[in-house]
Design a protein. Structure first.
Length: 107
């Protein structure tokens, strides 16, 4: 694949992505979603976040607390904070602080 084809592919995919995203934003006022679909869409952000975070927690790292990886400990603390507070900011803050703190202490 030569240089012009690469640029054509990048520009083409950019236009496709922009068109798809803009179509949903422009049609949002005229489009009414069924209640079941609207309810289902509320679960998309947590599912996407879990899909991003879970593989990172499952990979072994260099820092462990005995047989337990520190990422799992920090992830468990973040999960408890998410369950108790339902705050994304608090969940991220506690999870990252726990990971950095445990890595600093034991790493």
């Amino acid at each position: 694949m030569g240089r012009p084809e690469i640029w054509f592919t990048i520009v083409g995919m950019t236009l496709i992505t922009f068109t798809l995203r803009a179509s949903f934003l422009l049609a949002a006022n005229r489009l009414t979603l069924p209640p079941l679909l609207r309810l289902s869409l509320t679960y998309v952000p947590p599912a996407v976040l879990a899909a991003i975070v879970a593989p990172a927690l499952a990979q072994p790292s260099d820092v462990a607390l005995g047989p337990v990886d520190l990422r799992l400990v920090a992830g468990a603390l973040a999960a408890v904070v998410a369950w108790r507070t339902r705050s994304i900011v608090a969940t991220f803050a506690v999870g990252m602080a726990a990971l950095w703190g445990l890595t600093w202490l034991l790493g």
